[in-house]
Ligand binder design. Structure first.
Ligand SMILES: [Ca+2]
Length: 411
């Protein structure tokens, strides 16, 4: 009996996978079932209804109990801030110039070299390079994994946070070297972003030691802290753990005076500051909280501004499910097309050195680059990367929003 039940549940699992992979739409399946019922005789109808009832029961059991390796926990999502005032909707990103990839997707982060050429790591493991005038892309390297965060070191090596391969270095010829794959005996599960201090220390994040990039939604649905912020010392080739128990440790940026490093905690809608020097060295605190979206990448322009890539605005359904871990477990078992999705909405914030909003750049258009997962400033230009888009984009750095700057000055 248990064997039959397991077989039936496995069939439901296979059916859901089929629905996902073949992109069957549920309306088409329902129309097909209705046609079969309509054209069948009375006995046949009775049998069909019985079968349908059994199938529905199986689906219910599957959604409630099928093991998916998730242990969701209840939490209280703060009420999102209104999309008004410092977060008022606008189209300031609409003028961004796009750089289309002929094949491949997802230049999650963008790095610019000394010659003004810009690089993006793609979903298939390649890192490609555009010339300064935007022509290209040209092949540069292939990590064989999923390159996310990119940053050049002082010697011209491209340091890469690769979600599948760990912390890597790529020399100017495109040769790939592994720097680190674990810390304190815990392997990296989802190396995500990095920044490099003036002394050469590489600060980087592991978004989740439990869920890989292919299952990042499960990390959000479980809502337990599996992320770490770490430091790699090139001289000793060692890794130090600076912060653990982070809620999806994502973007990393060092402050202009090297006194602190920021790490984005995507599922908490906040940016955490870790002090590197001074009286508070070794401690952490919120830098900005209750953001109006999911903070992904963060970078510093080296002077006065942190650029925050908001992958998408907040999701009301996900916030409403926060107190209900059992329901989130059910959501995790649904086929992907039925799960909550990030909204296609280009959204970037600029923060001053004290964490106050200085820039608010948005574009709701369907043609906008989205989700924006990184923003890098280089010589008066902002470069935008995206986890899923078929290209990257750039635009001139907009002037700080006057109202925002005045508000910040008045604070
Ligand atoms: Ca990221």
């Amino acid at each position: 009996m248990i064997g039959y039940l397991l077989y039936a549940l496995r069939s439901v699992n296979a059916l859901f996978s089929l629905i996902e992979t073949k992109r069957f739409s549920s309306p088409r399946v329902l129309v097909l079932l209705a046609r079969i019922v309509w054209t069948s005789g009375d006995t046949m109808k009775k049998n069909l209804f019985r079968s349908l009832a059994a199938l529905l029961l199986l689906v219910a059991v599957y959604l409630c109990f099928w093991p998916v390796g998730l242990d969701p926990v209840a939490w209280a999502a703060p009420a999102p801030p209104a999309m008004a005032g410092v977060y008022a909707p606008n189209t300031l990103l609409a003028g961004a110039q796009r750089f289309q990839l002929p094949d491949g997707v997802g230049p999650e982060d963008v790095a610019v070299d000394a010659a003004g050429r810009f690089y993006g790591g793609l979903a298939d493991g390649r890192i490609v390079r555009f010339d300064a005038d935007g022509t290209g892309p040209h092949p540069f390297a292939d990590t064989g994994g999923r390159p996310l965060g990119l940053h050049f070191d002082a010697s011209g090596n491209l340091i890469v946070a690769d979600a599948m391969k760990g912390l890597l270095a790529v020399d100017p010829n495109g040769a790939v070297f592994v720097l680190a794959t674990e810390a304190e005996g815990v392997p990296f599960g989802f190396t995500d972003d990095l920044d490099i201090g003036a002394d050469g220390t590489i600060y980087f994040s592991d978004a989740s030691a439990k869920f890989s990039i292919h299952h990042y939604k499960n990390d959000a649905l479980e809502h337990r802290p599996h992320g770490r912020l770490m430091a790699y010392e090139p001289a000793t080739q060692t890794v130090r753990v600076l912060l653990k128990d982070l809620y999806f440790a994502n973007g990393v940026a060092v402050s202009p005076d090297q006194s602190f490093v920021l790490v984005n905690e995507t599922w908490k809608y906040r940016i955490t500051r870790y002090w590197l020097s001074g009286a508070r060295a070794g401690t952490s605190e919120p830098f900005i909280e209750n953001l109006p979206g999911f903070p992904d990448g963060v970078s510093c322009n080296g002077r006065d501004t942190f650029w925050v890539a908001m992958a998408s605005p907040r999701n009301a359904l996900l916030d409403n499910l926060a107190p209900y871990p059992f329901l989130r477990g059910i959501v995790a078992r649904l086929p992907a097309f039925l799960q909550p999705k990030p909204e296609h909405y280009a959204f970037v914030l600029g923060l001053d050195i004290r964490g106050r909003v200085s820039h608010n750049l948005q574009d709701p258009a369907a043609t906008a680059i989205a989700y924006v997962t990184s923003v890098e400033e280089h010589q008066g230009t902002l470069y935008l990367g995206s986890l899923i888009d078929t290209g990257a984009a750039r635009l001139a750095v907009p002037a700080p929003n006057q109202t925002l700057a005045e508000k910040a000055a008045a604070d």
